[in-house]
Design a protein around this ligand. Structure first.
Ligand SMILES: Nc1ncnc2c1ncn2[C@@H]1O[C@H](COP(=O)(O)OP(=O)(O)OP(=O)(O)O)[C@@H](O)[C@H]1O
Length: 301
C-alpha cells in the first residue's frame, strides 16, 4: 500500500525550475531512496512531501493527508530530519529529546530512544560538544521523537567518516525493522545501493528512473569490464578487433576493456597468443554508478 503519492510535482524558485513533473509512490515499510547530484531537486521534493514547501503544481498525498492543509496531523505522523538541522550549542541531548517529545500526542520513550541510538552516555552532553556522527544520531532521534510512521532523512551521512556512515546505515535498517517507512535522500551511490529497496534517480529536477538497485543496474547493457596492465605494452588494435570488445580505454599504463559476455576469455586468449602478461587484472561488474551514468548521461559527482 502506498503511504506517499507524489504526482506531477513542480516547483520553481524565480527562474530556476527545481522540481519538474516529479511522480513517485512510496510503499509502507520500504526504504525509498531519492538519489541525485547536488542541486537535482531532492530537498525541494521532500520539503513538499513534508509540508514545508508549497508546490506550484502537482499533487502530494502522505498517509492520505494533504501535507499543507493537514500539516498539524502530518507532523504527528511523519518525522523529518532535514539537512543542517542544528540545535543550540549549549542544549543538552536529553533536554532536546524531552522538549521535542513534548510536541507529540504519542511521543516515543525518548530515554529508550537515546539508548537505542547509542547516545545513552551523552544524555547530559551539550550538542556543541558532540562529534559529527553523534550530532547525526541526535537529529535521527529528534525525527523519531513522535513515533512516526514515516521518517524522511535528508543527506544523513554527508560529512561523516566511513565508520560513522556504516554505523548510521545499520541504525536506519533497525528503524525500518521497527516498521517505519523511510524516505532517504542521498547522493552516495553506495548508501543507496546498500539500504534502499527502491530508488528514484533524480537529475535536473526530473525523475530519470525508479526501480530496485538491481533493476536499475540491469537496465544498463549487461556486460563485463576488465582492467589490467599489459606487459610488455600492447597495440590496442589487437583487442579492438575482437567481436566481444566494445571499448578500450587507457589510463597511464592501465587498460580498461569493456564488452559482452565471453570478454575475459577472448582477451586472455589474445594476450596468451602474444606472450603478454596481464598484471593487476580485475574483472568488474556493472554497478549502480554505471547505471546512473547511463540514465543521466553523467556521473553523480
Ligand atoms: N530557497 C531557494 N531559493 C532559490 N533557489 C533554490 C532554493 N532552494 C533550492 N534552490 C535551487 O533549486 C535547485 C534544487 O535545489 P535542491 O536543494 O532541492 O536540490 P538537492 O538535490 O537537494 O541538492 P543538494 O543535495 O545540494 O541539497 C538548485 O538549483 C538550488 O540552487
Amino acid at each position: 500500500m502506498a503511504v506517499i503519492e507524489v504526482s506531477k510535482l513542480h516547483k520553481r524558485y524565480g527562474g530556476t525550475v527545481a522540481v519538474d513533473d516529479v511522480s513517485f509512490d512510496v510503499e509502507r515499510g520500504e526504504i525509498f531512496g531519492i538519489l541525485g547530484p547536488n542541486g537535482a531537486g531532492k530537498t525541494t521534493t521532500v520539503e513538499c512531501v513534508g509540508g514545508l514547501r508549497t508546490p506550484d503544481h502537482g499533487a502530494v498525498s502522505v498517509l492520505g493527508l494533504d501535507p499543507r492543509r493537514d500539516r498539524a496531523d502530518l507532523t504527528q505522523r511523519v518525522g523529518v530530519q532535514l539537512q543542517q538541522s542544528e540545535l543550540p550549542e549549549k542544549m543538552k541531548v536529553g533536554e532536546a529529546l524531552e522538549l521535542y517529545s513534548s510536541f507529540y500526542r504519542k511521543p516515543a520513550d525518548w530515554e529508550r530512544l537515546i539508548d537505542d541510538l547509542g547516545l545513552g552516555g551523552k544524555r547530559d552532553a551539550r550538542f556543541g560538544k558532540l562529534s559529527g556522527g553523534q550530532k547525526q544520531r541526535v537529529s535521527i532521534a529528534l525525527a523519531l521523537a513522535g513515533s512516526p510512521e514515516i521518517a524522511i532523512l535528508d543527506e544523513l551521512t554527508t560529512g561523516l567518516d566511513p565508520q560513522a556512515r556504516r554505523d548510521t546505515w545499520q541504525l536506519i535498517e533497525q528503524i525500518r525493522d521497527r516498521g517505519v517507512t523511510i524516505v532517504l535522500v542521498t547522493h552516495f551511490m553506495e548508501e543507496a545501493e546498500r539500504l534502499c529497496d527502491r530508488i528514484a534517480v533524480i537529475d535536473s529536477g526530473r525523475v530519470a528512473a525508479i526501480d530496485t538497485p538491481a533493476g536499475l543496474v540491469s537496465r544498463v547493457s549487461p556486460g563485463q569490464r576488465i582492467r589490467f596492465r599489459p606487459s610488455p605494452a600492447l597495440d590496442d588494435r589487437l583487442l579492438r578487433d575482437l567481436p566481444e570488445v566494445h571499448e578500450v580505454t587507457r589510463s597511464g599504463e592501465q587498460l580498461a576493456v569493456s564488452g559482452s559476455d565471453g570478454l575475459l576469455q577472448a582477451v586472455t586468449s589474445v594476450l596468451a597468443r602474444n606472450n603478454i602478461i596481464a598484471a593487476d587484472l580485475r574483472v568488474e561488474q556493472t554497478s549502480l554508478d554505471d547505471a546512473f551514468v547511463a540514465l543521466t548521461g553523467r556521473s553523480i559527482n
